[in-house]
Design a protein around this ligand. Structure first.
Ligand code: NCD
Length: 304
């Protein structure tokens, strides 16, 4: 792996290798001192041009557990505000001796651009516009595989604002590469403009699809990407597409509900449903650290 920009950079063996390495790193958290010296002397910078809670903290925790040095850059409090370009910002940060850059931006394609500008840094996509969020999909797969023993043959249902979701795009690639089938459920306005080439089906009836799913991935309405213009009102959206208590009762006994966060309780998921044992949101967060440790380790060639 040179960079991790898209799930499409990985074949099945590549994804499975990351999940296997993540298995090994998951145990580090349970140690009295949750740290290994694997990336001692390496430096990882998180370059976030868009808000984040989980992804940034998770990458920073992962890098620290591997004993790397961590630099945290937020566009909002940087010289980007004074008009500095992304390229100059990247070159400035790389010139401080970074080994890896985790990049998040509201525009699709920025991490790919950054990967062309850097001289020696490895670039990881931490979410770019509507395009992709590869480590989120990897941690979702890791979580489902941990609970179900594997992904092959599972039926995954992705519900919500698929049109604007980078998570959905990465999930479709990751789950199908690992042998699951993927069904999308959303109002027509929140499906992508074209599904040509997507290895998915579209659910005709949400209730039926929920009853048949092994995994339900819920997505937040991406208000910052204009989703408000695509639904009549939030209340109607919830009535039609939210995982309400009534709908949650249709799920199979061992179905898993995932959400990348941030969850908006009462919109895409009822507050009580988010607290059911089937909803594995905090487990996803815990696993996210191990998966990002694996990605950093494999990209930076640390020593085990
Ligand atoms: C997602 C994102 O930013 O793409 N969150 C995350 O990284 N865990 C999903 C979202 O913001 O809805």
């Amino acid at each position: 792996m040179t960079h991790l920009l898209s799930i499409a950079d990985l074949d099945r063996e590549g994804i499975e290798e990351i999940l296997r390495v993540a298995d090994a790193f998951a145990e580090v958290e349970k140690r009295p001192i949750p740290k290994v010296p694997t990336l001692r002397g390496r430096a990882v910078a998180t370059l976030f041009f868009e808000e984040s809670t989980r992804t940034r903290l998770s990458f920073e925790t992962a890098a620290k557990r591997l004993s790397a040095d961590v630099l945290s850059f937020s566009a909002a409090s940087s010289s980007v505000k004074k008009g500095e370009s992304i390229r100059d910002t990247v070159e400035t940060i790389e010139a401080m001796g970074m080994d890896a850059l985790v990049v998040r931006h509201s525009s699709a394609g920025v991490p790919v651009q950054v990967s062309r500008w850097v001289k020696r840094c490895k670039v990881i996509n931490g979410g770019d516009g509507w395009h992709e969020h590869p480590t989120q999909a990897l941690l979702d797969c890791f979580t489902v595989r941990q609970l179900r023993g594997g992904i092959d043959g599972l039926r995954v249902l992705i519900v919500g604002d698929i049109r604007h979701s980078r998570v959905a795009r990465s999930q479709v690639l990751a789950y199908t590469t690992l042998g699951a089938s993927v069904t999308l459920a959303a109002p027509g306005s929140l499906l992508p403009p074209s599904l040509e080439g997507w290895p998915v089906e579209v659910a005709e009836d949400l209730d039926d699809a929920l009853g048949n799913a092994d995994v339900v991935s819920l997505l937040r309405l991406q208000a910052e990407r204009g989703s408000g213009a695509f639904v009549p009102t939030l209340r109607e959206y919830t009535a039609g597409w939210g995982l309400t208590a009534r709908r949650a009762a249709l799920l199979g006994g061992d179905a898993i509900v995932t959400h990348p966060g941030p969850m908006i309780r009462g919109v895409e998921i009822a507050g009580d449903v988010a607290d059911l044992p089937q909803a594995v949101v905090t487990r996803q967060v815990t696993n996210g650290v191990a998966v990002r440790m694996a990605v950093l380790f494999l990209l930076l060639g640390g020593v085990l």
